[in-house]
Design a protein around this ligand. Structure first.
Ligand code: ADE
Ligand code: ZN
Length: 320
């Protein structure tokens, strides 16, 4: 099986955490390859998610002007093309890119336009998901969903919440997600990564997403697995990232294969290609090596991903 040539779909990809060395060096020539591997890329094992998230700041600091945002979009879309990704949903938090005077609105405008250009030059289809973050307050979360609303009809297709799952509850974000639901805005949410199944239950109850970012720890509760399967709630799984955040010791400890066997809707994703230096090709190779996954597994995950994507149905069908 030629995994490189295999067509792939990626739903869980942080635009602001997937900068290649090439683009980092182009933006800041003082960053050598050694510094990149020391400060941008994570160690094989981080202590936990918070330690891992501490690695996100260096890349985000390089995405504070229109020119640098455009360079990163082009860089990431080039990486996706080389990985033979057909369709990707790229996420980022607009409110983190205002350090040099851009407004969040301008940030989304620039990324959206850069993405339209990159779609036509690479042939990779892609859309954008705007993230609020666990440590944001209710106003910041509401501002983020208003941006999604404002940019509806462009490449912006949904809302996510990322960040420190164990450190901050959902309270500040419930109103923003309710507003999104009322506006018919698609929602996904990180959960079941730094906390267990109870966090996924809470997230489903209070934020009502159709997808969960990670959600790997859902495996700890059979009743939750049943709910996910029955309601076709999709899990955006990112095994290599989960090893790095110290959720699991080794690849075979990851529940992805058990979740697959339970018939849960799921996809395979890289999460952050800078912090976790992994391509989808490599992730598929890991799955082949450790769980003997073959074409039928990858096809099923990619079909599940398209079905759960935030594309309108007619556009989705053109990609199948
Ligand atoms: N932001 C970037 N990567 C993340 C992850 N794995 N979990 C939560 N927030 C994130
Ligand atoms: Zn993530």
């Amino acid at each position: 099986m030629n995994i490189q040539a295999y067509p792939k779909v990626e739903l869980h990809h942080h635009l602001d955490c997937s900068l290649s060395y090439k683009v980092v060096h182009a933006i800041d020539p003082t960053v050598t390859e050694e510094i990149y591997h020391r400060d941008f890329t994570g160690p094989v094992k981080c202590t936990n998610l918070v330690d891992f998230l501490g690695r996100t700041f260096r890349g985000i600091a390089l995405m504070q002007t229109p020119e640098h945002l455009r360079m990163v979009v082009d860089d990431v879309m080039g990486q996706l093309k080389r990985d033979n990704v057909l369709y990707a949903e790229l996420r980022f938090a607009p409110l983190l890119h205002t350090q040099q005077g851009m407004s969040p609105e301008e940030v989304v405008e620039v990324v959206n336009e850069a993405l339209t250009n990159a779609i036509s030059t690479t042939g990779v289809e892609a859309r954008l998901i705007l993230c609020t973050l666990r440590h944001f307050d209710a106003d910041e979360s509401m501002h983020t969903v208003r941006l999604v609303e404002q940019f509806q009809g462009t490449n912006v297709v949904g809302l996510d919440i990322a960040g420190d799952e164990a450190g901050y509850p959902l309270d500040e974000h419930i109103a923003a997600f309710e507003y999104a639901a009322d506006q018919g805005i698609f929602r996904t949410a990180h959960a079941g990564e730094a906390r267990g199944a109870e966090s996924v239950w809470e997230t489903l109850e209070y934020l009502q997403p159709t997808r969960i970012g990670h959600g790997a720890r859902s495996i700890e509760d059979p009743a939750l697995i049943e709910k996910l399967r029955e309601e076709q709630i999709h899990l955006e799984l990112c095994p290599a990232s989960n090893l790095q955040t110290n959720m699991y010791d080794t690849y075979i400890d990851h529940p992805i294969n058990r979740l697959y066997q339970h018939g849960v809707s799921m996809s395979v994703n890289t999460d952050n290609r800078t912090i976790t230096p992994v391509t989808l090709k490599q992730e598929y190779e890991h799955l082949h090596q450790h769980f003997q996954w073959g074409k039928e597994h990858f096809l099923q995950c990619n079909l599940h991903a398209l079905r759960s994507s935030f594309l309108p149905e007619e556009t989705r069908n053109t990609l199948v």
